[in-house]
Design a protein around this ligand. Structure first.
Ligand code: ADP
Length: 478
């Protein structure tokens, strides 16, 4: 079967879109590596799923999110495509079975998180597999300059070697030129051996607007304007749960029906709200950035950012959820100078220095019993925090876990140190560079607001696409 036959037979589509055909041909016929930069909703998955069904050997898909993985595999299974996933939510027996099925060639596509490669039993088995293709989804997670760095992603060259350096395709919607070259080097490839496909930022149906706002009434006025003009589904993003709740009250007072979604709600409630939104039983969601991964709803008519986001990468990813059906939709950024202070605080607490890392690490090492008894507050006390917003302890705990220096969780009293403090968290210079890079990202959002050129051109340049034309669909072009 050729690619088009596979597309028709398994996916029920008649034609490839954009650069899909070209990418698939490079993978299948030329057997050469590719880096695919395509906007969210552009159709990245087919670029590896179609080849996976054409190759004799199996395809490993590295994907960062357990929740997303399940959805993707469920969708494939409904199409009778032999795909499966292995992650920490799968029981050991099932994991073994699924791995066996992949080794025997029955399962063609196996989705795993990069953390899976920490497990000796997985590594031992996977080395025996006949692998035709490695697909690295959300490849920007490879780069510490990306907005969603995952340390285990940065070890992908090691994993590739383990499985015999197979043909590789990496895919992402958001990678600046700096991140693109980082992806290539972290894959263990030389630039000449990999072709970069960019599809630009496209999405001409998304109208980009940014408005200066000073106070509550102004923000409310803008929200009302959008809600009444763009009838249909929409998301309003907030950085802080506190402001989300305030505006939820204000919208209630104004008779604007909505639901709220943020990380502090229980998992069950979050799921229910997401389902209500996806099924069309709720039009408006007020959310923090916890909402959105895997939201593949075609008819979202607007995405409003009521507070300044932390980077162009996350902004672009969040607005990418609008207008997937190709119909007119609007993406409005409400810019309030004061939000910058909030974001700068965020950045500060997300970037403890080397001394801080080492002190928290030492407390964990020598006083774990006290930490079990009194929780993170014990560490905070020891570190003498004065600011109640200071969440550096949480940052350290999360980073130690990400880098594999600790395992288990504090809530369950199972936290334990399993490795020395990684050098990335003890080198002051690289921590300083990271802080600087985060601040630069925030500055890019300010510049996006202030730009006097077309907003689409601004975003395109940011992601390294030089040839974007004026969009005639943003407030600056107006
Ligand atoms: P991405 O991963 O780039 O965000 P997906 O791979 O999830 O995007 O694809 C987005 C949507 O577009 C999916 O619903 C998918 O089925 C659809 N799609 C992708 N390629 C095609 C195609 N060639 N023809 C029709 N629909 C497509």
């Amino acid at each position: 079967m050729n690619g088009l036959d596979v597309l028709k037979k398994y996916f029920g589509f008649d034609d490839f879109r954009g650069k899909q055909a070209e990418i698939i041909s490079r993978i299948v016929s030329e057997r050469k590596h590719s880096l695919v930069l395509m906007p969210t909703g552009g159709g990245k998955s087919l670029c590896y799923q179609v080849p996976a069904l054409m190759f004799d050997g199996g395809t490993i898909v590295i994907s960062p999110l357990i929740a997303l993985m399940q959805d993707q595999v469920d969708t494939l299974k409904r199409k009778n495509i032999p795909a499966d996933f292995i992650n920490s939510t799968v029981k050991p027996e099932q994991r073994k079975k699924r791995l066996e099925s992949f080794l025997s060639g029955k399962t063609k596509m196996l989705y795993v998180t990069p953390e899976r490669f920490r497990k000796p039993e997985f590594v031992k088995k996977i080395k025996e597999a006949n692998i035709s293709l490695l697909a690295v989804d959300e490849a920007h997670c490879i780069s510490e300059w990306g907005h969603d760095f995952r340390p285990d992603y940065s070890r992908i060259a090691e994993f590739r070697e383990l499985i015999g350096n197979p043909l590789t395709i990496a895919l992402t919607a958001t990678a600046t030129p700096e991140v693109q070259s980082d992806i290539i080097s972290k894959l263990g490839l030389i630039p000449d051996s990999i072709k970069i496909f960019h599809e630009g930022i496209q999405r001409p149906n998304l109208r980009l607007e940014a408005v200066d706002v000073y106070d509550e009434p102004e923000i409310l006025k803008e929200i009302k304007r959008i809600v009444s003009t763009y009838k249909g589904s929409g998301i309003i993003y907030f950085s802080l749960i506190k402001s989300l709740e305030k505006y939820s009250q204000l919208l209630n007072d104004n008779g604007i029906h909505h639901s709220i979604y943020h990380g502090k709600l229980e998992a069950k409630a979050r799921k229910a709200i997401q389902r209500k939104f996806l099924s069309g039983n709720e039009d408006l969601i007020l959310a923090t950035n916890a909402f959105g991964m895997g939201i593949d709803k075609p008819d979202i008519r607007f995405v409003i950012h009521a507070e300044v986001p932390s980077s162009i990468e996350s902004y672009y990813q969040e607005i990418g959820r609008a207008g997937r059906d190709g119909k007119d939709s609007v993406c409005l950024l409400l810019y309030n100078q004061n939000d910058l202070y909030t974001q700068m605080e965020f950045i500060k607490w997300s970037n403890p220095d080397a001394d801080y890392y080492s002190r928290v690490y030492d407390i964990l090492k020598s006083e774990m019993d006290a930490v079990y008894s009194f929780g993170a507050d014990y560490i905070r006390e020891k570190m003498s925090h004065r600011d109640r917003n200071d969440f550096r302890v949480e940052t350290v705990l999360a980073m130690l876990d990400r880098y594999g220096a600790t395992e288990g969780s504090l809530e369950k009293n199972t936290l334990k140190i399993v490795a020395p403090l990684p050098h990335q968290l003890s080198d002051d210079q690289s921590l300083k560079n990271k802080l600087l890079s985060d601040n630069k990202k925030l500055l890019s959002v300010v510049n996006y607001f202030k730009t006097i050129e077309c907003r689409r051109i601004y975003i395109s340049h940011y992601f390294g696409f030089p040839n974007e034309k004026e969009c005639q669909n943003c407030d600056v072009c107006d």
